[in-house]
Design a protein around this ligand. Structure first.
Ligand SMILES: NC(=O)c1ccc[n+]([C@@H]2O[C@H](COP(=O)([O-])OP(=O)(O)OC[C@H]3O[C@@H](n4cnc5c(N)ncnc54)[C@H](OP(=O)(O)O)[C@@H]3O)[C@@H](O)[C@H]2O)c1
Length: 348
């Protein structure tokens, strides 16, 4: 029996069992290169044994944006899920991410080819640099020295970016972008290359709203895709030491404000949280391997009134859950909000 069939759905929320209901939108945005990206997407981090089946079912239910990454080790399951779904490849926006041991400019195209082979597709719609930090090139994804410390690579994220720019010309990649970059790191890329990233995938949810950074990205024409859109819903954040000081906060979706707002629209707190991201002009990529949750998430694209958006804005706690700075030996997000929880010495 799968986890999907074991998980119980709370009885108080109704979801449409097949397709999006009439009141639910299917928002898309235009990236800075003219390509469309859906507002609502599907994450694939973790649960590798379920991904083939859940990707297939999520596509059949109406998801059209799939987010994956080389380091998740699920690309072949994702590729099989896409085939199994029967949905034509050109109707799907598929994104993957390069991992940090493949950032040397001479490794970038080969790394993409590995992803394309496993995804069983001739192209991806989006290729992201997963983090700005570069690790030693070679087969080790987390190359460490005898003392267990990460070994840095010899090239920079700017070199990697320039190699990614060339890939767009091959047709194997439609758009390129970054993930987990600071403002300063993106400014460096813009200054030193001829391509403004199409996307920044970063942690955003009601506890980490990053209003000024989001406004700046918008002004640059960089579309934001929110990862961990449900905040500290993923147990991973309670298990790692990445965010010890904040990971045990009340779950975002248990905030009473969200329940109250949801009742007005006949929606669950999860749907309100996802709608908040979409109403801010961003994409959201919740991950789920549970059928009713995927259906619930698909019904999360609806209009929230301004007053409700303002109430959700009060939940901002500058609480960042995804901060592997100490592990990766790279001060991530250095000029952004939400780094107080992981200052050296406090969390590891
Ligand atoms: N770029 C990056 O560095 C980065 C970092 C983190 C994540 N990501 C991407 O973002 C995706 C999502 O992030 P995430 O997995 O950390 O967090 P998330 O999507 O915010 O939360 C996932 C958790 O929420 C549960 N969930 C999903 N929908 C639900 C619903 N309707 N009701 C109740 N629970 C629900 C899931 O349960 P089940 O698992 O039991 O279904 C899972 O435990 C990842 O899969 C990945 O693709 C990218």
């Amino acid at each position: 029996m799968t986890r999907a069939s074991l998980s119980m759905k709370p009885s108080s929320f109704k979801t449409n069992l097949t397709l999006r209901s009439l009141s639910t939108r299917a928002t898309t945005y235009k990236l800075n290169n003219g390509i469309s990206i859906p507002a609502l997407g599907f994450g694939t981090f973790q649960d590798p044994d379920s991904q083939e089946e859940t990707v297939s079912r999520a596509l059949q239910k109406g998801m059209r944006l799939i987010d994956t990454a080389r380091v998740y080790d699920v690309e072949s399951q994702v590729g099989k899920g896409i085939k199994k779904s029967g949905i034509p490849r050109e109707e799907i926006f598929l994104g993957t991410k390069l991992w940090c041991n493949d950032y040397h400019p001479e490794d970038v195209e080969r790394a993409l080819d590995d992803s394309l082979r496993d995804l069983d597709t001739p192209y991806v719609d989006l290729l992201l640099m997963h983090y700005p930090c570069t690790f030693k090139r070679g087969p080790e994804r987390f190359p460490r020295d005898a003392e267990g410390r990460m070994i840095a690579g010899e090239t920079s994220y700017v070199d990697t970016w320039k190699a990614m720019e060339k890939l767009v010309k091959t047709g194997k990649v439609k758009s390129i972008g970054v993930s987990n970059f600071s403002k300063g790191e993106i400014e460096t890329l813009i200054k030193e290359s001829s391509t403004v990233p199409a996307v920044h995938q970063m942690e955003v949810h009601p506890y980490l709203q990053q209003k000024s950074f989001n406004a700046w990205l918008k002004a640059q024409g960089i579309h934001v895709v929110q990862f961990s859109p449900l905040g500290n819903m993923n147990d991973f954040y309670r298990q790692t030491g990445w965010s010890k000081q904040v990971s045990h906060m009340m779950r975002v979706i248990d905030q009473p404000i969200l329940k109250e707002i949801g009742e007005k629209y006949g929606k669950s707190p999860v749907q309100v949280v996802l709608a908040w991201g979409i109403n801010n002009g961003r994409s959201v990529i919740p991950k789920s391997v549970v059928d009713w949750q995927i259906e619930e998430n698909l019904e999360a694209d609806f209009r929230l009134e301004e007053g409700d958006m303002e109430r959700i804005a009060t939940l901002d706690a500058k609480a960042r859950f995804n901060d592997p700075s100490l592990d990766y030996e790279w001060r991530l997000y250095s000029d952004l909000e939400g780094i107080e929880g992981t200052v050296r010495g406090k969390t590891h």
